[in-house]
Each structure stands twice: as C-alpha cells, then as structure tokens.
Design a protein around this ligand. Structure first.
Ligand SMILES: *Cc1c(COP(=O)(O)O)cnc(C)c1O
Length: 385
C-alpha cells in the first residue's frame, strides 16, 4: 500500500479516496437530491490533498468546488478540474485578470472588489460571474444586511458583472443551544435575498449552509450547500452527537515508524526540559514525527500513538522532528515498526477528533496542520461510476 522506497522517510499521511467518495455520497443522500453539494477543498482539502481529492470528487459527480484563494483555484484548474470553482477569499488588487482567465468565480464582499472585477471584465470584453457574500451575524466578511438595498443598487450598474449566487455563513450551526441565532441568520439572509430580487437580480445559487448547517438545520438547505469537514469524515466535532447524521468514514491516517529503541533506567529523563522522569526502568521508542510535521507540541506527555495495536503514551516533549513514546508494555517493539498517529491499528483507533480534544482545538486544525513534508499516499482508485 505505502510502497516505500529505501530513501523515503516513512512518515506519511494515507488518504483513503474511497472513504472520501463514500462520505460525499453519504452526505448527498442525507441532504436529498436537488440540493447542489459544493465540495469545499480549500486549505489543500483540509490537508488531504486538494488536487487528488477534487479529481476523485469530480468523478463522483461534484460540480462545484470551494477554495479559499486565487492560488488554490489556479492549482485546481491546472490539475484539470473542469467544474465551477468558488473563491471564498474575495479578490485582492491585481487578482482580477487571473481570476477571469482561469474561469474562477469569486465571492465578493466589498464594492471595490465588484468594481475592479467589472472593469477587468470590460478590459477583455467579457461578462464575468461572481457570488455575493452577505454577513448575517458572523461579523467576519460580507456585506452587512442593512447595506444590501444600496449594494444591490450599485451592483446593478456594473454591466460586465453577473451575480449568480448569494451566500452567507453560519456562526454557530454546530451548537443546538444557539439554534435561535442560526434561525435569525436565515431570516436576515432571506431579507437580503429579497432585496436583491427587488432590484431585479435572479441569482441561480442561494447558499447558506456549511457542514453542520446542512445536516442539523434542514431549512438551511437551499439550492446549494457547502460541505467541507464532512467530506473528510470529520463529523465528530462539528456535528452535535445527538443530531441525526450521515455515516462518515475517516479519510486521513497518519503513520510513521520507530527509528530507535532504548532501555532507560529508573531516574533517567527523556527529551527537552527533562519532563519525563523514569520512575522504573522503561523502554522508549523514538518515532520519526515531530511538531514540524504537524504533531502539535501541546500533545507532549499527553497524547498516544498505536504500536502493535496497543496504545502507547507520548513520553516527554514532542520535538521538531521526533517524538518519544513509552513502549515498556510492548517489549517486542523494534526499529522499523509501524506507528499510527491517526488511524486504526487492530482494535484501536485514534481519530483527528481525539487529538483535537486533548489540546482544545478541532479536528480541522489537526488535519490542516499536517505539514507538506509529510508525504501524502493516496489509496482507493475504484472507478465504479
Ligand atoms: C470553510 C467554509 C465552508 C465549509 O465549512 P465546513 O464546516 O468544513 O463544512 C463553507 N463555507 C465557507 C464560506 C467556508 O469558508
């Protein structure tokens, strides 16, 4: 499966593209036909590899892709992705022409962006499409609701710009205790959509929902939903456990190998700061992964890896390139043995959500944080479709 050649450091992220496809279909089935399901592949598909994931998702029927930046959009186009690509990050000055030449659709949230895009379209004698981002309470980016009538009026005078979508973003769709607020966002958005209609706009796409919105708040499934985390099987901390939800499979596993094993005596310490003090004789294994690889240093003395199907705790500090684990209970552990940082080994499984919980973050930050230095190994190539 991993097919390692001799010169390769064995630290790798295994990406199960069949699990990705499974999740895509599982989510689509759950939210129902007739709702366009945008595959959000920003941030290198949350660390899973945007090109390979998008190619597979396009083969599975995805027609829209969500990227954060112009550069991410260009990467997808150059890899041959033919579907529509929405760029969430707006248009910075100078990005207008490449946005047009790569046929990318920006989500615009200032009049300056709209004017620059319109002018750039005029320069090449084209009409271009954009979506409009509306702020209904997130207070991050987007036109504010009270400004919408005037914004719609201004946009209606930009002859080279066609508004094909209106979107907003939920602040707390994953928290059932804040459903009131999510519903207020939906109501404000409906008002903004109406204001655009009143100015004669008929955008094809009206979209609100991210992963938790689409699953937990059926009324937010309008023409399109934008699904990120669920595609990668990261439902564990963005879907309330009590909510009815689609079946999901983890897509990323992170593996490495033991580089050295040593027996240490009672009284010795391990690693920087000497935070692990042996209270008896211990067997310590050093694994070729560290915080530069994305194994967060906050997991020092806290997290677990799997070796020979057993949990082994991190002993001492995670350093930049190495992590030491206590394998005293696995005397057969030896150099070259596989180590699972995220994923399954026998009966045991560690999910990105589990690591996230230990250090008070979310699984998205864990998978996004797996560094480029960690080779992605793609598995699952079934062509049934
Ligand atoms: C990242 C993002 C999404 C996807 O959110 P998930 O919770 O991963 O589904 C949707 N919309 C916008 C605008 C985003 O930036």
């Amino acid at each position: 499966m991993s097919n390692l050649s001799q010169h390769e450091r064995p630290t790798r992220a295994e990406i199960d593209l069949d699990a990705l496809a499974f999740n895509f279909h599982s989510v689509r089935r759950f939210i129902g036909a007739g709702v366009e399901c945008m595959a959000v592949v920003k941030a290198d598909a949350y660390g899973h590899g945007a090109v390979e994931c998008s190619r597979r998702l396009e083969r599975e029927g995805a027609r829209w892709f969500g990227a954060a930046t112009l550069e991410e959009g260009i990467e997808l186009r150059e890899a041959g992705i033919a579907g529509s690509i929405l760029i969430f990050g707006g248009i910075w000055p100078g990005q207008e022409a490449p946005m047009i030449s790569h046929d990318l659709t920006p989500a615009i949230f200032t009049l300056d962006q709209a004017r620059r895009f319109d002018r750039a379209a005029a320069d090449v004698a084209r009409r271009v499409q954009a979506h409009v981002k509306i702020d209904t309470g997130m207070n991050r980016v987007g036109f504010r609701c009270e400004d919408i009538p005037e914004v719609a009026d201004r946009l209606s005078h930009l002859a080279n710009l066609e508004i094909t979508g209106l979107m907003t973003h939920f602040a707390a769709a994953d928290d059932l205790g804040q459903t009131d607020f999510t519903e207020r966002q939906m109501a404000r958005f409906a008002g903004a959509v109406q204001a655009f209609h009143d100015k004669g706009f008929r955008p094809k796409y009206i979209d609100m929902a991210n992963s938790p919105g689409a699953i937990v708040h059926p009324l937010s499934r309008s023409g399109m939903v934008r699904i990120g985390g669920l595609l990668y099987g990261l439902g564990g901390d963005v879907l309330p456990p009590e909510a009815d939800q689609p079946e999901l499979r983890p897509v990323m596993a992170v593996k490495s190998r033991i580089a050295q094993v040593r027996a240490i005596k009672k009284g010795e310490t391990v690693g920087y700061g000497r935070t692990f003090l042996a209270e008896k004789d211990h067997l310590i294994a050093t694994v070729a992964i560290g915080y530069h690889d994305g194994l967060r240093r906050a997991l020092s003395g806290n997290g677990h890896f799997l070796v020979h199907g057993q949990e082994t705790r991190i002993a001492g500090r995670v350093s930049m390139d190495w992590t030491t684990i206590d394998v005293s209970e696995i005397p057969e552990a030896k150099v070259g043995d596989d180590v699972t940082i995220i994923g399954r080994d026998g009966q045991e499984e560690i999910r990105a959500e589990d690591l996230a919980r230990l250090i008070d973050t979310i699984s998205y930050e864990i998978t996004c944080g797996i560094d480029k230095r960690v080779r992605r190994v793609f598995t699952g190539t079934s062509d049934q479709n």
